[in-house]
Design a binder for this molecule. Sequence first.
Ligand SMILES: Nc1ncnc2c1ncn2[C@@H]1O[C@H](COP(=O)(O)OP(=O)(O)OP(=O)(O)O)[C@@H](O)[C@H]1O
Length: 232
Amino acid sequence: MITVKGLRKQYKGVTVVNIPELIVGKGESFGLVGNNGAGKTTFFRMILDLVRPTEGEVLSQGTDVKKTEDWKYYTGSFLDESFLIDYLTPDEYFEFVASLHDYSAGDLQEFLSQFEALFNGEIIGQNKYIRDLSKGNQKKVGIAAALMGRPEVILLDEPFANLDPTTQIRLKNLLRDWKENHQLTMLISSHDLNHVTEVCERIVLLEKGEVKQDIKTSSSTLKDLEDYFAAY
Ligand SMILES: Nc1ncnc2c1ncn2[C@@H]1O[C@H](COP(=O)(O)OP(=O)(O)OP(=O)(O)O)[C@@H](O)[C@H]1O
């Protein structure tokens, strides 16, 4: 589904991502971990053609993301608040995104009803601009909007950060359900080793832009990762 070939990104001569080859299969849940500055966001931004590689390419369903727009129709993403329109209320924003995907008012209501527990009464009908929401609530809006296009692939950068423990658990369940029910290919970067190993069947560990481990998640993965980062 997503194939990385000879991917390298340099800033001022310093290499921040260097991934010779990596394939994320259709329907795979792929977790990306690594310390601050490891290159996780830069990697995701190259997959979304928001940052151009210095060398190499990212293919989505066989086509180079920087040469076509086709992948945008089946790819959802939320990396940070800049993906939102912050002078709208969440209700207005969802209506806008829904209109892009030809939702009726009923479709939108049905779609949003799946997020009732996650939203916890703080998002819909609150008459607050997105810019005035807490970081965690902005994140909930972004994740829901990213799923609205019924994507085949979704990229989420730090989805568990800034969320309270209850919401983290609700999000974890929601992502697992979506993956199962919609055959979603999911790429998640996270510093939360616990959550990412629970949600993802494969974990790639990035260090200084390079893949240091590529693991099929098992019962020992969390401890193995904790040991790795403790010894770093
Ligand atoms: N526009 C830029 N100009 C210069 N350096 C950049 C730029 N964007 C990213 N970098 C550098 O690239 C490296 C990787 O950054 P990146 O944000 O991808 O890491 P990360 O793994 O997502 O980190 P974090 O966990 O802190 O979010 C860092 O050293 C960062 O300073």
